[in-house]
Design a protein around this ligand. Structure first.
Ligand SMILES: O=c1ccn([C@H]2C[C@H](O)[C@@H](COP(=O)(O)OP(=O)(O)OP(=O)(O)O)O2)c(=O)[nH]1
Ligand SMILES: [Mg+2]
Length: 152
């Protein structure tokens, strides 16, 4: 499924000096977000900073949202993941798209302006309303959880 989403450029370097986010291959699910910081930023081990992406999006559809996810290479090799683990972008959010970048590793990590630091994935949303009941109809799992089916 392909959709058009409104995008506002907040930093003139985006779309000029640095390309706009796009899918790297025909079947990529995520498009990389760049750090539109003014200068290089070094994150000490354990440090998190909120970095601008230089853009805003307005999804404007209750049945869609976006999530910001770590890039696997950065997360696994450099320890650069997200301070909020996953970023959720609501369909009515119109502010600057920000990435909370967290150095969960043991070494300082430096990010240059324009570096691709995370990825944006659009997802369908089901909005639920609750209907209160006294009892649930029996299910095979019942209340079992938290590993009750074992490991092997
Ligand atoms: O990594 C992120 C996460 C969120 N947001 C923006 C979009 C999102 O719609 C808004 C609010 O996010 P969320 O609801 O997760 O945060 P909150 O702490 O509940 O804030 P609020 O009270 O504004 O909803 O912040 C980002 O730009 N980057
Ligand atoms: Mg919220």
């Amino acid at each position: 499924m392909s959709r058009e989403i409104e995008l506002k450029i907040l930093d003139a370097r985006l779309g000029a000096e640095f390309p706009l986010p796009d899918y790297a291959t025909a079947l990529s699910a995520g498009m990389d977000l760049r750090a539109l910081c003014d200068t290089a930023i070094t994150l000490a081990p354990g440090e998190a900073q909120l970095l601008p992406t230089g853009m805003a999006i307005h999804i404007g559809d209750a049945e869609l949202c976006a999530v910001i996810l770590p890039r696997s290479g950065l997360g696994h090799k450099q320890g650069l993941v997200l301070g909020n683990l996953v970023g959720l972008i609501d369909a009515d959010y119109q502010g600057p798209l920000m990435v909370s970048l967290w150095n969960r590793g043991q070494n300082p990590q430096t990010i240059q302006p324009g570096d691709r630091i995370a990825q944006l994935v659009f997802l369908p949303v089901v909005r639920a309303r609750f209907r209160q009941v006294q009892d649930f109809e029996h299910s095979a799992r019942g209340a079992g959880g938290f590993g009750h089916t074992g490991v092997r």
